[in-house]
Design a protein around this ligand. Structure first.
Ligand SMILES: Cc1ncc(COP(=O)(O)O)c(C=O)c1O
Length: 867
């Protein structure tokens, strides 16, 4: 497990002065105003022999990059990152030596996506090295923040699901839980979004070109992964064994990404797999002049981990995606089993006491069949013993109610790519449906057959009777110990609707685990000014690890002096965001305006469309006002950001509508100081870290019952941003914690949706709605042909149109927006609410979520190495 010997570069202090290891101290940026906790202070005094950063940074530049000095912030970033990496590896080694000795139960978080963002700031802060490195960089003539800006985001995820996985890793490490993430080292992450004449264009995200200091290639640690081929039964003595001979094989090469916890010596791990060819190069083909064929194996293999699917809940049934899923699951399970065997030999009955796996959505569900294959075919266990172990080890998190995102693979595709797994799934399904038959024996034969058919893992495609499908969510439920949704309302929808049949049979399997976000990245590190004010007010920074302590801010919510300080921080953050808007769009925005933000993937259910329609209405109202009336209007800067899946046509049209409306209103001299609208391209973690602290109002306006949880709502809440939202996902719990009256809640409720959908074609639309629709159709914002399908999708009531009930919620939304204006005019009330949001955000730390998973599902206990 040790990584010693893999460290690169040179060591030793250039100045010769030993430097203190400052892990767990409060960030230097906030120091002075803050009081260091006793524990942190004690740990801080534990010195290490790490080299002085200034010399080390220049050494890294010299020996790794061939540069005498840092000429650009990028150089300074490289030198710093490679220097910090060594401290990280030391911590990683200590942690893993400790865990190896202790042999605790591990949680393995299997996720096709990890949206990590940048690492430098998070690493130095979590390791408590920020002061040291900021000082060192200052001596070299650089500012830490600018240097951190030179890092590229690791965007190995689409959105909420991948970012959740990243927050979970931070909390797992911070809580000292023995746990790793497992995923894919995509060569090209989430695409880079650019605007071309207001339309989204996608460019590849080539993020690894300058090397990645945050990963360690584990030479020699690789596993074979096979695809296709044939399955045969053979005799082994008097036992019949199954032998799968794949027609294609690749290596899965391990890369480790150490994950430092905060205020603890624990550094955990995200192990990502890179696909590589079994045979490097076909020299025979090359010598025969067939250069293409010579490279073929490499290209085919590398394609597996090449691209993250830019696919967020759209039906993209691509074979390559299944290949990716199997690839990382197969390598991860082999890896865990090989470590288990090194300690426990073949006592596989102990496996559930030593390892459990969380399936982050259905993407890793093939793990059910793969663990069975490894235990039965490779390790020789009998089926029943293997099934008991498998179901004890696996747990499944459902993330979506969108039917199109609940993965179903055609049996034909599965049988061709993974023939042995298809057989295993068939056997599992046979056993499952047989068991069901017995369990439901009280029912009449016809009813029983209907129920069994409805719950069969393998079923007919309802749209194409010729095709049989493997329902991955059903496989995950049958193969898991626990199934959870990600917010209270969503878990209820999972139980009452999506998986209701299963819930009736296994009620105790179903749980809720409301999502959370790490308060380190999403408050303490991205908003150090607010963090500092909070620490100063609460008298300690313990809230960073115990966010329930934020509730003490409630006592200060109405204090004018505190409100003034609070407002000053928000204003400074707005100025910073305004500078970014200026950089992107060349325009100066009014920083006294209300900053109104909607940033998330562009999707019809998230209803950016509704937001734009209300902006159009606001603009029309402003145009009608006299100059006197305009003086009383609340000025707004509206910002929308988010990527549309490349094949998601309607989402792309929504982006274009945003930019087209912005083009008109931002140029209108009469109103531009009162209303502007900008689309912020290439929304990613780093952009979120700048936008969220500056936001005053954020929009979470999905059709009730469609957003499983949301996590950006929690980040905004932590940063004192008011929410306008529907009664959906985690908005509900956020409102409960913040005080429902402090939230601008509007719109229909989830239990009304089905009926309203049925009645939508008879719904009488609001006259303001009709007017705006005519404006768009009539070309007020240009591009009228391009916008026609968008207008038709909500207006021309064919079956299924306006599925997300934009028209139904339109009037209530405008009312809620009016209420926003009213409250904003009373700045003292607005600030009181803002403080109440942060004060109420304690529940939404991912530390709370992870503690619940650890106690209720994983049964994994903390194991902290010595400092
Ligand atoms: C880059 C990115 N994408 C997507 C999300 C998820 O956003 P939401 O919860 O609004 O869907 C986040 C959360 O902060 C994020 O940082």
């Amino acid at each position: 497990m040790s990584l010693r010997g893999l460290q690169t570069g040179t060591r030793g202090s250039a100045s010769g002065v030993p430097v203190q290891s400052a892990r767990h101290v409060i960030p230097a940026r906030s120091r002075g105003a803050l009081r260091v906790s006793a524990v942190a202070e004690a740990e801080r005094t534990a010195t290490s022999s790490s080299p002085a950063p200034t010399g080390d940074i220049t050494n890294k530049l010299k020996y790794l990059f061939g540069k005498e000095a840092a000429e650009t912030p990028k150089d300074a970033y490289h030198g710093t990152a490679w220097s910090v990496r060594e401290r990280l590896i030391d911590s990683f080694d200590k942690t893993h030596e400790h865990w190896k000795k202790e042999d605790p139960k591990f949680i393995y978080y299997l996720s096709a996506e990890f949206l990590m963002g940048r690492s430098l700031t998070n690493t130095v802060y979590n390791l408590g090295l920020e002061g040291e490195y900021a000082d060192a960089l200052r001596q070299l003539g650089y500012d830490m923040e600018k240097v951190a800006d030179a890092e590229r985001d690791a965007a190995l995820g689409n959105g909420g699901l991948g970012r959740l996985a990243a927050c979970f890793l931070d909390s797992i490490a911070t809580l000292d839980l023995p746990g790793w993430g497992y995923g894919i080292r995509y060569k090209y992450g989430m695409f880079k979004q650019v605007l071309k004449n207001g339309y989204q264009a996608e460019q590849p995200d080539i993020w690894l070109t300058s090397g990645n200091p945050w990963e360690i290639r584990r030479d020699g640690l690789r596993f074979e992964v096979g695809f296709g081929g044939r399955v045969e039964r053979k005799k082994d003595g008097n036992k019949e064994v199954t032998v799968w001979t794949p027609s294609e094989k690749v290596w899965a090469q391990a890369y480790d990404n150490p994950i430092p916890g905060f205020s603890t010596p624990t550094t955990s791990n995200l192990r990502l797999w890179d696909a590589q060819p079994i045979s490097e190069f076909d020299l025979g083909a090359f010598n025969a002049g067939d250069y293409d064929r010579a490279m073929l194996d490499r290209e085919r293999a590398e394609a597996i981990s090449a691209v993250l699917y830019p696919n967020d809940s759209t039906p993209e049934g691509k074979e390559l995606r299944l290949k990716q899923q199997y690839f990382f699951v197969c390598a991860s399970l082999q890896d865990v089993l090989s470590r288990f065997k090194a300690t426990h030999g073949t006592k596989f009955e102990l496996l559930p006491d030593k390892a459990c796996f969380q399936l982050n959505d259905t993407h890793p569900t093939i793990a059910v069949a793969e663990l069975m294959r490894l235990l039965v075919d490779v390790e020789g266990l009998d089926w029943d013993a293997a099934w008991t172990i498998t179901t004890k080890c696996l747990n499944y998190t459902n993330h979506t109610v969108m039917p199109e995102a609940l993965e179903k693979w055609p049996v034909k595709v599965m049988a061709k790519m993974l023939p042995r797994h298809m057989e295993i799934i068939e056997v599992i399904n046979e056993g499952w449906t047989k068991w069901l038959g017995g369990h439901l024996k009280e029912l009449k034969a016809e009813e029983r057959a209907k129920r069994i058919s409805a719950m069969s893992i393998i079923h007919e495609n309802p749209w194409n009777k010729e095709e049989m499908l493997v329902n991955m969510a059903y496989l995950a439920v049958v193969g898991s110990s626990a199934v959870n949704g990600v917010a209270a309302i969503h878990s209820n929808i999972v139980k009452d609707e999506i998986l209701n049949d299963f819930y009736q049979i296994f009620p105790s399997k179903f749980q809720n685990k409301t999502n959370g976000v790490t308060p380190r990245r999403w408050l303490a590190w991205c908003n150090p000014e607010l963090a500092s004010l909070i620490t100063e007010t609460l008298g300690s920074n313990e809230w960073i690890n115990d966010t329930e302590k934020l509730s003490a801010l409630r006592a200060h919510a109405s204090d004018p002096t505190f409100q003034k300080k609070w407002a000053a921080v928000k204003h400074a953050k707005k100025e910073k965001l305004a500078a970014l808007i200026k950089k992107i769009h060349g325009d100066s925005v009014n920083t006294n305006a209300l900053f109104d933000i909607q940033i998330k993937r562009i999707h019809e259910y998230k209803r950016q469309y509704l937001n734009v329609l209300s902006i159009i209405w606001r603009y029309k109202q402003l145009k009608k006002m006299t100059p006197e009336q305009r003086k009383k209007a609340v000025p707004r800067v509206c910002l929308i950001g988010g990527k549309a899946a490349s094949a998601y046509d309607m989402a792309k049209r929504i982006i274009r509508l945003v930019t087209a409306v912005g083009d008109v209103i931002n140029k209108d001299p009469e109103t531009k100081d009162l209303l502007s609208l900008y689309f912020l391209p290439d929304y990613n973690v780093t952009l979120a870290e700048t936008i969220i602290p500056a936001a005053e109002l954020s929009q979470h306006i999905s059709t009730a019952g469609t957003e499983a949880s949301g996590t950006s709502n929690m980040k905004f809440q932590m940063n004192g941003c008011l929410i306008i939202g529907t009664w959906d996902g985690a908005n509900i719990e956020i409102a409960e914690e913040t005080g429902v009256d402090n939230v601008f809640v509007f719109g229909v409720r989830a239990d009304e949706i089905n009926q309203l959908r049925k009645e939508r074609k008879n719904f009488k639309t609001d006259p303001r709605w009709d007017e705006i629709m005519k404006d768009i159709e009539g070309g007020m914002f240009g591009d009228k042909d391009y916008f026609k399908p968008l207008v038709d999708s909500v207006n021309n009531m064919k079956v299924g149109n306006d599925w997300f009930l934009v028209a139904n919620d339109f009037a209530a939304y405008l009312d809620a927006q009016e209420e926003v204006d009213k409250v904003y005019k009373d700045q003292s009330e607005w600030l009181r609410r803002s403080i109440m949001y942060t004060a109420g955000s304690g529940k939404f730390s991912s530390d709370r979520t992870i503690r619940e998973y650890a106690e209720d599902i994983w049964h994994v206990k903390p194991s902290r190495p010595a400092a």
